[in-house]
Design a protein around this ligand. Structure first.
Ligand SMILES: *[C@@H]1O[C@H](CO)[C@@H](O)[C@H](O)[C@H]1NC(C)=O
Ligand SMILES: *[C@@H]1O[C@H](CO)[C@@H](O)[C@H](O)[C@H]1NC(C)=O
Ligand SMILES: [Cu+2]
Length: 243
């Protein structure tokens, strides 16, 4: 089933050449930091594709262990990522944590280890086939915010934010990735180990490479695909249940 009308299509999609965007400003509670303070520097706004391999982890140059500051936060706090420009591509959002492994520092950890998902957003709820473009997709210039789960084990982490743009994803290889990684140290005074590590976990780019055959082949004009974005078609693993 097709979504939207041609009129809405013309009216809602940006015309002509527009800048892309990256997520360059980190937010903690009510504070928005200056660009790339706590976020690994990203040199260009050009989106990544699955062929960009390891850059999918923390974007270009960001995967090479660029030195940045580390922000100390507390489990339960609100954090967020602000884009350089109005997000005009429909798609999915997610945030992941990966603990800095033994023998690595937060600056030289490439993000090649295990990640668990702490937040995701697909489409606005209550979709119908008649929902307008803006009632379906979260398109904005404001920071996207979420909570660090209260059960997060204390320690130093890469915090990876990712927007997967799906506007060209109706064929394999068309999904665009806009990742950014922040450096955080999570404090959690009340934390007690349950003996379980947060999961399920995934590695990048492997997880998304596997999805290029399924979840990342996506038609934003097809109501069935759009309806399934919050479940079966959401890129990446399931969100950690916090236990
Ligand atoms: C952030 O917000 C949480 C929840 O309101 C609060 O407990 C914490 O002290 C705040 N931290 C900072 C550094 O503002
Ligand atoms: C979603 O559905 C609920 C229950 O039918 C309704 O109360 C709510 O207003 C709807 N929200 C939107 C944004 O349509
Ligand atoms: Cu773009």
């Amino acid at each position: 089933m097709q979504l939207y009308t041609a009129i809405i299509f013309m009216w809602s999609l940006p015309q002509g050449a527009l800048s892309h965007y990256i997520f360059h400003q980190f937010l903690h509670n009510d504070t928005i930091f200056t660009p790339f303070k706590y976020i690994r520097p990203v040199p260009a706004e050009t989106p990544l594709h699955i062929t960009d391999k390891n850059d999918i982890r923390c974007n270009r140059a960001g995967a090479n262990g660029q030195s940045t500051n580390v922000l100390t936060i507390t489990a339960g706090d609100t954090v967020g990522f602000k884009p350089t420009f109005w997000i005009h591509h429909p798609g999915a959002y997610a945030a992941y944590l990966s603990a800095v492994p033994p023998g690595k520092t937060i600056s030289n950890y490439a993000g090649d280890g295990d990640w668990f998902k702490i937040w995701e957003f697909g489409t606005y709820p209550n979709l119908t086939a008649e929902s307008a473009y803006q009632q379906t997709w979260r398109l904005l210039a404001d920071p996207l915010t979420f909570q660090i789960p209260t059960a997060t084990p204390p320690g130093k982490y890469l915090l990876r934010f990712e927007h997967v743009a799906l506007h060209l994803a109706s064929q394999r290889g068309g999904a665009e990735f806009y990742p950014s990684c922040a450096h955080v140290e999570v404090l959690n005074a009340g934390w007690k180990s349950t003996g379980l590590s947060p999961g399920p976990t995934a590695r990048f780019p492997e997880a998304h490479e596997a999805e290029e055959h399924g979840k990342l082949v996506f038609n934003i004009w097809d109501f069935d695909d759009v309806q399934q974005l919050n479940s079966r078609k959401m890129p990446g693993p399931q969100v950690w249940d916090g236990r």
